[in-house]
Design a protein around this ligand. Structure first.
Ligand code: FUL
Length: 457
């Protein structure tokens, strides 16, 4: 077991995964023929003439996205209906035969570049239009389109795939050649992360509602992510069990009781993808979700070892709906209000007996009684190690007692000390003076914990 633990803590992110974690919060943009037919899944036989966004303005998208604090944008270059938002050489079913005539991918990529945010695309493998779907030639067609997108639009930070695999126009299903797609992306855009249900770089969190796990591990069994790089040998119980039942929607995928049975561990963190509205595409009657709900999603995902991919659907005009623009600004304001001003602290490691259950003092350089959030980051170059921790307060005349208990940390854990519903500040409650410090206690870890930073807001 000790040997396996040593290996488990040496499972580390790639450079591209680290950069993706730094992007953290980015926009998904679902746009296409569905916008004009009021559907979520197109049939594949929509006439090209219906695509006509007369006021398309991708700079408007980018400024709304930036107002929310997002640092990237992923566009649906092609959804399941097969209609391409760029004038692909390989099909007639694209913008080139629409009254719009332009290239939405180009406009979006250039607007992102002008606005200083990253650009990525979603290319749906399921294609309800292509006559080739269901044959080997479809994989060639798909790779040709992928090559166009990878080579004509500058740097791509993320290539996004889902695993939807329905029937094409011939009633046949396709066998996707993901290893070939992955090779192509590595060749043309080596810095791009690939999002896919089964890895290699980023996996699906398992729901589209914006719900993050309480304990999110980026170090997970290879049985879940067959395209990810396996970085350890088998677990000590690997010949005693079988993890082939694991799927992204499982509540627990990374803890040691499971990992022990694994054939090997990978580093594959989760992205939470959800929409600002009920649907992924724009439907006039739908309203954006409440500010509180969106803020809660932000806190639990960006602050829960995931990245957040929040969808905002353009209207038939080609602009973001004003209701969404307003909500995005409100969300950005709320994030800035909560995290705009760091409370200066000094982190001191308490001497202990050399165990992995370390304690740190977070000393306030100035009065800290108003502190709301403690943001902890693990140094992932040493792997993800912390399994549980506490934040404690020292009371006047009393012992230390925990005011927050958490499990995994990983890239970033946001711990909110105040419970707004109770309207009670646990830092000042029962005190007559300002607290001088807090204590961070690692209660369980897979090896010595390495902290990248601990910040208080
Ligand atoms: C799913 C698709 O079926 C939905 O339409 C949407 O694009 C979502 C993000 O991915 O697989």
């Amino acid at each position: 077991m000790k040997q396996f633990l040593r290996e488990a803590v040496s499972v580390v992110p790639s450079e591209r995964q680290k950069k993706w974690f730094d992007v953290g919060f980015y926009a998904f943009v679902h746009f296409g023929v569905n916008t004009f037919t009021n559907r979520e899944w197109g049939l594949g036989n929509e006439p090209e003439e219906i695509f006509n966004p007369t006021k398309l303005d991708c700079d408007q998208w980018v400024s709304a996205v930036k107002a929310a604090g997002m640092k990237g944008l992923i566009l649906t270059a092609k959804h399941h209906d097969g209609f391409c938002l760029w004038p692909s050489k390989y099909t007639e079913h694209s913008v080139k035969n629409s009254p719009f005539k332009g290239d939405v991918v180009k406009e979006a990529a250039e607007a992102c570049r002008r606005g200083g945010i990253k650009f990525g695309f979603y290319l749906s493998p399921w294609d309800r239009n292509s006559k080739l779907y269901g044959t080997d030639e479809y994989n060639d067609y798909f790779c040709n389109q992928l090559t166009e997108l990878l080579t004509q639009y500058g740097d791509i930070f993320c290539v996004w795939f889902d695993n939807a695999c329905g029937e094409g126009p011939n009633g046949k299903k396709q066998k996707y050649d993901f290893p070939r797609y992955i090779e192509l992306i590595r060749k043309y855009q080596p810095d791009a992360v690939i999002f896919n249900d089964f890895g290699p770089d980023v996996r699906w969190c398992g729901n589209e509602a914006g719900i993050a796990r309480e304990s999110e591990w980026a170090v997970i069994p290879m049985e879940l992510c067959k395209y990810s790089e396996v970085q350890t040998g088998p677990g000590p119980m690997a010949d005693q069990g079988d993890l082939s039942f694991l799927y992204n929607s499982a509540k627990n995928i990374g803890t040691l009781d499971l990992a022990m049975f694994s054939k090997g561990l990978t580093f594959t963190p989760a992205e939470v993808d959800t929409s600002i509205r009920k649907g992924w595409f724009w439907h006039k009657e739908e309203e954006p979700r409440s500010l509180d709900k969106l803020f809660q999603i932000y806190m639990s995902t960006v602050g829960g070892n995931c990245c957040l991919n929040l969808n905002i659907p353009p209207t038939t005009d080609g602009l973001f709906d004003e209701r969404d623009v307003k909500r995005l600004k409100e969300l950005g304001d709320k994030i800035r209000e909560n995290f705009g001003k760091e409370i200066a602290t000094t982190l001191k490691k308490r001497e202990n007996s050399g165990t992995i259950q370390q304690e740190y003092e977070i000393v306030f350089n100035e009065p800290g009684g108003e502190a709301r959030h403690v943001v902890i980051e693990e140094d992932l170059t040493h792997g993800q190690r912390i399994e549980s921790f506490q934040i404690l307060r020292e009371s006047e005349g009393y012992q230390l007692y925990p005011i927050y208990q958490g499990s995994t940390v990983g890239n970033r854990k946001i711990c909110t000390l105040w419970d707004p519903a109770k309207d009670q500040n646990p830092l000042l409650f029962g005190r007559t003076t300002q607290p001088t410090h807090l204590v961070l206690r690692i209660t369980s870890a897979r090896g010595e914990a390495f902290l990248k930073s601990v910040k208080i807001y």
